[in-house]
Design a protein around this ligand. Structure first.
Ligand SMILES: Nc1nc2c(c(=O)[nH]1)N[C@H]1C(S)=C(S)[C@@H](COP(=O)(O)O)O[C@H]1N2
Ligand SMILES: [Mo]
Length: 254
């Protein structure tokens, strides 16, 4: 598509989106169309990106021959906090994933519990905003299966992932968030295996998010807790993630 065609196409889609929004208001929750916190131009771009790429579409999957020989690690590669080192020392036997916030039934799951949830295996390409990509095979629990277990309340709009690693001298916690649409996507996983082996520490052991329609920084590693929230302006600096608090887009669609 030429730039001109793309613009025309986009305008048509936005007009259509507007009409659907007005007429579909009662049927669809508002968040299906716009993130509820429309506080910057970024949010408008998110809506535009939604219009251009249907969010339910599947990310491309690859074949075993495409798998990169060594999957690169980036960002934190070992949280090294006393609590995390203790988990590593007993091979994550005492690890518990806390899931709470706006849910009917909060849970506390061991890795065995998580492995017992319906799973999915997929070979996908990871794209980092810093300009590298790597293809890997991920196995993990479907996030939708976990949501069925905890029963989100109607007010829940986002999932916030709280991670074990801390950044810089201020020891700022890494965190990320996604909306319900991405959370229920078929390829969205809580991954515990990379290339047929337990997830290495460098890649986020024991559990990391795969949200395949977005860039690498959304894929929280070292997940310790998942909090369902209606808004995230009280968490960190209020932009929905560690890198978002440093200027990156909240919706990092690819
Ligand atoms: N907890 C945590 N998650 C994180 C990061 C991090 O530093 N800490 N880095 C992000 C970035 S920028 C990328 S590209 C991927 C890297 O995943 P990998 O180490 O498996 O390559 O993890 C993302 N998730
Ligand atoms: Mo990244």
């Amino acid at each position: 598509m030429s730039t001109h065609d793309r613009r025309t196409h986009l305008k048509a889609l936005l007009a259509l989106g507007g009409t659907l929004f007005l007429s579909g208001c009662d049927r669809l929750s508002r968040s299906n169309w716009f993130p509820p916190i429309l506080k910057s131009a970024d949010r408008l771009n998110d809506a535009v990106q939604h219009a251009l790429t249907p969010r339910k579409a599947m990310a491309r999957e690859y074949s075993p021959e495409d798998i990169a020989p060594g999957f690169r690690a980036n960002g934190s590669t070992n949280p090294k906090t006393p609590a995390y080192l203790e988990l590593v020392s007993d091979n994550f036997g005492s690890y518990r994933l806390q899931v709470g916030g706006l849910v009917q039934s909060p849970v506390n799951l061991s890795l065995a519990d998580i492995r017992a949830l319906p799973s999915r295996t997929q070979i996908t390409r990871h794209d980092c905003v810093e300009g590298w990509s790597a293809i890997g095979q991920w196995k993990g629990a479907r996030l939708s299966a976990l949501l069925e277990k905890v029963q989100p309340l109607p007010s829940a709009r986002f999932l916030v992932f709280h991670c074990a690693d801390r950044w810089g001298s201020a020891q700022t916690p890494y965190y990320e968030s996604i909306d319900m649409e991405d959370a229920y996507h078929e390829q969205t996983l809580l991954a515990y295996e990379l290339n047929n082996a337990p997830l290495p520490v460098a890649n986020g052991a024991p559990l990391r998010l795969r949200v395949e329609r977005q860039l690498g920084y959304k894929m929280a590693k070292y997940i310790m807790a998942i909090e369902l929230v209606e808004r995230f302006d009280h968490i960190g600096d209020g932009n929905g993630g560690f890198w978002e608090d440093r200027g990156y887009a909240w919706y990092a669609g690819i």
